[in-house]
Design a protein around this ligand. Structure first.
Ligand SMILES: [Zn+2]
Length: 271
C-alpha cells in the first residue's frame, strides 16, 4: 500500500472575503493514506467539489470526516457529508471526528438528527491518538479565537503528515509537528497583524524552517496572500530555507512520492 497515498486540495480559500466571493473554492482536503480515506474540514461547496473533480471522489467511501474546528469555512458541509458518507443516509457508516464545541454548547454545527449516521463520533483531545482505518491521528491543540481548534498529525505507511490548520503562532508549535514529512500550513495573512489568531507568512516560514519537512504546502489563503501570488512566495521560501515549498491551488493533488523523498521537485503550483 505504501506510496499510493495522496492529499488533494479541493479548496484553498482561507478568509471571509475569499470565501464569500469564492475567489478560491472553500472545499476541504481529501486524504488517502494506507488505503484509508479521510476528509478534513468540509467548508462550503465540499460535496459539490468531491463530485465534480476528475477523477470524482466518492464520500460514500470515506472512513472518517474530520472537523478541526467549527468555523463556517471549515464546517458548512459537515451535515450533508455525514449523510453522503452513510450511503445517502441508508446505513450507519464512517466516523465523525470533531472538537467538543462542534457538538455541544450554544452553537453546535452538527445537527442532532444527522448524528445517527456515523458509526461513531470521536472527540478531539490534545495528544489523544485515534485510529481511523489504517491511519493514526494525533490531535494538536491550537490557539484560534474562542473555538476549540486542533491541528492534525496523520501517520500512515506512506509517512507522517502534519496539518497546521488555523492557529496563532505559539512557541511550542514547531516542536509539536517535528518529524512530519509533509507539512500543510494554513497561511491566511501575508503580514503579521496584532490580535488576529491566524498564521502570517513570516510565522509560517519560521515554522517550516524549524520542522524542515520534505515538502511544505501553503494553503487557506486570505486576500493579502492571494494578491501577493502565493506560488511566487513559495518559491522564495524554498530558496531561503532549502526546503521544498509549494502553494496549493484548487484541485492540487500531492502524491505520496512527493513527501517520501527521492521524487524530483517539480512545481505543481500556479494561479
Ligand atoms: Zn477558523
Amino acid at each position: 500500500m505504501a506510496g499510493e497515498g495522496f492529499v488533494k486540495f479541493l479548496g484553498t480559500a482561507g478568509a471571509r472575503f475569499v470565501v464569500a466571493r469564492q475567489l478560491r473554492y472553500s472545499a476541504g482536503t481529501w486524504v488517502e493514506l494506507s488505503g484509508t480515506r479521510l476528509l478534513l474540514d468540509p467548508g462550503p461547496g465540499t460535496l459539490l467539489r468531491c463530485r465534480k473533480v476528475r477523477p470524482a471522489l466518492d464520500p460514500g467511501k470515506l472512513a472518517a470526516l474530520i472537523l478541526t474546528h467549527k468555523h463556517l469555512d471549515h464546517s458548512t458541509d459537515v451535515n450533508v457529508l455525514l449523510e453522503a458518507m452513510a450511503g445517502a443516509g441508508t446505513k450507519r457508516r464512517g466516523v465523525l471526528v470533531a472538537p467538543q464545541d462542534a457538538l455541544e454548547g450554544d452553537d453546535p454545527v452538527v445537527l442532532r438528527y444527522v448524528r445517527r449516521y456515523p458509526e461513531r463520533i470521536e472527540l478531539l483531545e490534545d495528544g489523544k491518538t485515534l485510529r481511523l482505518g489504517n491511519v493514526e491521528l494525533i490531535p494538536v491543540r491550537h490557539q484560534h479565537s474562542d473555538v476549540d481548534t486542533y491541528g492534525l498529525i496523520l501517520q500512515g505507511e506512506e509517512g507522517r503528515l502534519g496539518f497546521v490548520v488555523d492557529t496563532k503562532f505559539f512557541p511550542q508549535l514547531p516542536e509539536r509537528y517535528r518529524g512530519c514529512e509533509l507539512l500543510v500550513v494554513n497561511v491566511v495573512m501575508r503580514e503579521w497583524r496584532p490580535g488576529v489568531d491566524h498564521l502570517s507568512l513570516p510565522e509560517a516560514v519560521e515554522l517550516i524552517g524549524e520542522v524542515r519537512p520534505r515538502l511544505a504546502v501553503l494553503t487557506h489563503f486570505g486576500m493579502g496572500m492571494l494578491r501577493a501570488k502565493p506560488w511566487e512566495l513559495a518559491e522564495k521560501i524554498t530558496d531561503k530555507l532549502g526546503v521544498e515549498v509549494v502553494a496549493a491551488s484548487d484541485g492540487l493533488t500531492v502524491p505520496a512520492s512527493r513527501w517520501l523523498g527521492g521524487a524530483s521537485p517539480q512545481g505543481e503550483e500556479g494561479p
